[in-house]
Design a protein around this ligand. Structure first.
Ligand code: C2E
Ligand code: MG
Ligand code: MG
Length: 830
């Protein structure tokens, strides 16, 4: 500023006269105003002598006020922004003291409130005496410049922040690849300090196998002057490997390439994740591919994936691409649609069974687990499929066999009971009758015995077919077992319906059965009962039909008998059996079975119990428990008993004669036999007649024999003892089990009943009782036989308890004489 003044001064020195001077000054003043205008610089001055302030036009403009404005120096400060006022004032005062010019920036406030930035240069003019004469000021409006400057600063900060705060590594290289700059993220990522990196080549941070690639892209950035993006691996200061996605950007200034920027995003964690996803995907895929369960994904009714097992199951190379419904049995399609279509995403159906159709059109029964999922943005059905054809067939067969007879495939007894029960229940509601018709083939046993079981079986099958042909709706035939069939008629309105069926059934046997060349003439006996008259439960109806059947049979077969309560079947049966019993002895229908008694410790056969059997011509084998009571009632037990005793003694002697070691034969005696007056005589006779040693004979009596006959029986026992005939107490434990009785009587053997032995393992009380009996028997020097030993465990325990003898199925069932002889032979050898 002072330099400008010198120019003016020089010019003024050349002025010669006043006019010229005024003219000159005027011109200069105009120039001065123009310059101010152009440069937007205002001027003011304060003259000390005149104590006056002068403002240039431009200064008025800068302040936004009228040019006729006049103000004092103090007033001038009021135009300054209040925040800048004190500072400006202070600076002025300091300068005034020092009489030294200064430059200051501050804000001014226009009358309309607008704030402008200005810079003011203040100069102090002095005279020769170094006294202040004037203060001049140049004020420039720098608002625009200031704003520009501010925005530049902001921009720089913005980019700096982008550089410094960037979470990715940001850096620049020179054209040789040496670092020019790097941000904190890079230092942190690689674990280096800035000074370790700057001016070093990027090679040091790149993992050796990636150097070539990284270098390539760096060179490409330089060659093409275009950004390059690539993935590479870096190396941390600690040696660990890092993975990056790098973008290189050329730095071009004034069209000249001066370096390369880089941004490296650390993708190590992401890569690890990606790799583990790929691993998982590979694992799952191979799991699915090798699975022995069918797996599929279907979208919009089309298979978009199917694993090899499912393809094979359905008989295709692949079912992918096929319609799902095309592999489902037509009759099951609607069922599948109904089940699947209502499923929402995430919902599933488990174990849904339906039929599939293979390529060769065969049927496969499948069990499917369907689930709806989102697959690639679409609702898809995924499923696992099991071929359950075999399982279902077995299940069905088992189910069938549970309710059907294997031979004739007719429904069986179980089905009969269940269905009859249901029909009875509904008949109570409908008020209709239910009839049970039992049918038995007459003399079927004869066919079996003479022609063999296989022919018997075929006869039963043919008979079953013919039966089925006779039936109408509401009539069902069952095979209850053996040659026993049953027809249930439900909703019977009239007796006629039954008699019509009976007619058909009797017609049915008119024609002979021709089986393997044999012409078999078969007749049937029928017993009928009807609800509600003859009972309203399965049991009573069946029992009464059975009674009727029994009567029909007894009346000479080929008969039909309706049950009626007047049929006193029990006595009828009694009557029949006792009639037959009477003849049985003559007809030689009795025979003996032999059951061994063995020494518990050595398992050697030491005795045998003779057990009677009745082979009834019509009813087959009849158990002694059924006919002995009748024989007792009718007194027939005496001759029968005598026969048994004779037969058993004879056999004992035969075995002895055959060279077997002597064994005791025990024979069961009923009380009626014991109290028969000349019983001793007949025993003596038989012993003599058969030649058995009396000591080899044992008579089995039961506790009940003593009741009301104590004296006779006791006497008899004494007599038997005299003859050295042994006596055993049978079924001990079932009746009175009086230990007192044991002491009173002189018995040789105690036979513990089967019911005790049965529970010996499970019931500790029973075991204690047996132990107690054994101790007592030991004291009384009685021999103890455990009856009904069926298992090895029972045997082991009895052996441990030192029971003398064992009798039971575990060693042998009752045997025919030939079989028993064979057993003796083996037993004697070993
Ligand atoms: P009991 O004298 O107690 O004869 C034993 C019965 O138990 C026999 O039945 C025999 O087969 C059976 N038994 C033996 N061990 C086992 C086993 O381990 N398991 C099973 N479940 N049973 C076993 P059976 O032959 O039917 O004789 C029944 C009863 O008939 C006899 O019982 C006896 O009281 C009477 N009895 C048999 N024969 C005659 C006889 O000639 N005269 C008389 N008066 N009664 C006889
Ligand atoms: Mg017995
Ligand atoms: Mg017994």
């Amino acid at each position: 500023m002072s330099k400008n003044y010198r120019i003016y001064k020089d010019q003024f020195q050349n002025i010669k006269n006043t006019e010229q001077l005024i003219d000159q000054m005027k011109r200069r003043f105009e120039d001065f105003e123009l310059i101010q205008k152009i440069s937007n610089v205002g001027y003011w001055e304060y003259d000390f002598q005149m104590d006056a302030t002068t403002w240039s036009n431009q200064l008025f403009l800068i302040h936004g006020i009228e040019d006729d404005f006049s103000m004092s120096l103090d007033q001038f400060f009021t135009l300054i922004h209040p925040d800048d006022r004190a500072r400006t004032f202070e600076r002025f005062n300091v300068a005034l003291d020092e009489k030294a010019g200064y430059e200051i920036e501050f804000r001014i406030v226009h009358p309309d409130g607008e704030i402008r930035n200005v810079v003011q240069v203040t100069e102090f003019l002095l005279n020769e005496l170094n006294e202040l004469t004037r203060i001049i000021g140049f004020v420039q409006d720098i608002t625009v410049h200031k704003k520009l400057q501010l925005s530049l600063v902001e921009e720089e900060q913005y980019y700096k922040s982008l550089f410094i705060n960037n979470p990715d590594s940001v850096f620049s290289f020179d054209l040789q690849g040496n670092f020019l700059s790097c941000n904190p993220a890079l230092l942190e990522t690689f674990g280096f300090r800035e000074e370790e990196i700057l001016h070093e080549n990027f090679d040091n941070l790149v993992e050796s196998t990636s150097r070539e690639k990284t270098n390539h892209f760096f060179m490409e950035t330089i060659r093409t002057r275009l950004p390059q993006n690539y993935e590479t691996t870096g190396i941390h200061k600690d040696g660990s490997i890092l993975e990056f996605n790098v973008t290189n950007i050329p730095i071009i200034i004034n069209d000249e390439l001066v370096g390369v920027y880089g941004i490296a995003k650390n993708i190590t964690a992401q890569k690890v994740m990606e790799r583990s996803l790929i691993d998982a995907e590979t694992n799952y895929r191979s799991l699915v591919e090798q699975s022995i369960v069918g797996v599929f994904i279907a979208v919009e009714g089309i298979f978009i994936y199917s694993n090899p097992h499912l393809n094979k199951m359905m008989g295709y190379d692949t079912i992918t691409g096929l319609k799902v419904l095309s592999l489902i049995h037509p009759e099951d399609q609607q069922k599948v649609i109904d089940e699947i279509s209502h499923l929402a995403e995430g919902e599933s159906i488990q174990n849904f069974c339906h039929r599939g159709i293979r390529l060769d059109e065969s049927i496969v029964i499948i069990e499917v687990h369907y689930k709806k999922v989102l697959h690639q943005g679409k609702l898809a059905t995924i499923g696992t499929v099991l071929d359950v054809t075999e399982r279902k067939q077995t299940e069905e067969l088992n189910q069938f066999l549970a309710y059907h007879d294997y031979l004739t495939t007719l429904p069986n007894r179980r089905m009969f009971e269940e269905q009859l029960d249901e029909r009875l229940k509904s008949s109570r509601i409908t008020n209709k009758k239910v009839a049970v018709m039992l049918i038995d083939l007459d003399r079927f046993k004869y066919v079996n015995d003479t022609l063999g079981h296989s022919i018997g079986d075929v006869l039963l099958k043919h008979f079953a077919w013919r039966l089925q042909e006779c039936l109408l709706v509401g009539q069902t035939v069952y095979r209850l077992g053996g040659d026993e069939f049953c027809i249930v008629l439900s909703e019977v309105n009239h007796q006629n319906e039954i008699s019509r069926l009976v007619d058909k059934l009797t017609q049915l046997t008119k024609e002979d059965f021709v089986i393997e060349g044999y012409e078999l003439h078969v007749t049937i006996s029928i017993g009928i009962s009807m609800s509600p008259e003859d009972g309203s439960t399965v049991e009573t109806l069946f029992k009464n039909a059975d009674t009727a059947l029994y009567v029909a049979k007894s009346q000479g077969r080929d008969q039909t008998q309706y049950y009626s309560s007047s049929l006193n079947v029990q006595s009828f049966k009694h009557f029949n059996l006792s009639n037959d019993l009477r003849k049985a002895l003559d007809k030689k229908e009795f025979f003996l079975m032999y059951m061994p008694r063995v020494d518990t410790q050595t398992t050697e056969i030491v005795g045998v119990e003779a057990l009677i059997r009745w082979k009834h011509p019509e009813w087959g084998l009849i158990s002694p428990t059924e006919f002995i009571p009748i024989a007792e009632e009718t007194g027939l037990i005496v001759p029968i008993g005598e026969w048994v005793l004779r037969e058993a003694c004879k056999q004992n002697k035969i075995w002895l004669d055959q060279g077997f070691k002597p064994i005791t034969t025990s024979v069961n005696f009923s009380v009626k036999q014991l109290i028969k007056p000349n019983i001793l005589e007949s025993i003596d006779n038989i012993i003599e007649e058969t030649g058995i040693a009396a000591g080899q004979l044992e008579i089995e009596i039961t506790e009940s024999s003593f009741i009301s006959n104590e004296i006779e029986v006791t006497q008899l026992l004494t007599e038997l003892k005299k003859r050295n005939i042994k006596v055993s107490l049978d079924d001990f434990g079932t009746g009175y089990s009086s230990l007192y009785l044991l002491k009173q009587l002189t018995l040789d053997t105690l036979k513990i009943d089967r019911s005790f032995v049965e529970e010996i393992l499970t019931d500790s009380v029973n075991r204690s009782i047996i132990q107690c009996i054994l101790t007592l028997a030991n004291e009384l020097q009685m021999n103890v036989v455990a009856e009904g030993v069926e298992t090895a465990e029972q045997y082991a325990l009895l052996k441990e308890l030192q029971c003398d003898e064992i009798q039971g199925y575990y060693f042998s069932r009752p045997l025919h004489v030939e079989a028993f002889t064979e057993l003796l032979r083996e037993n004697n050898i070993t």
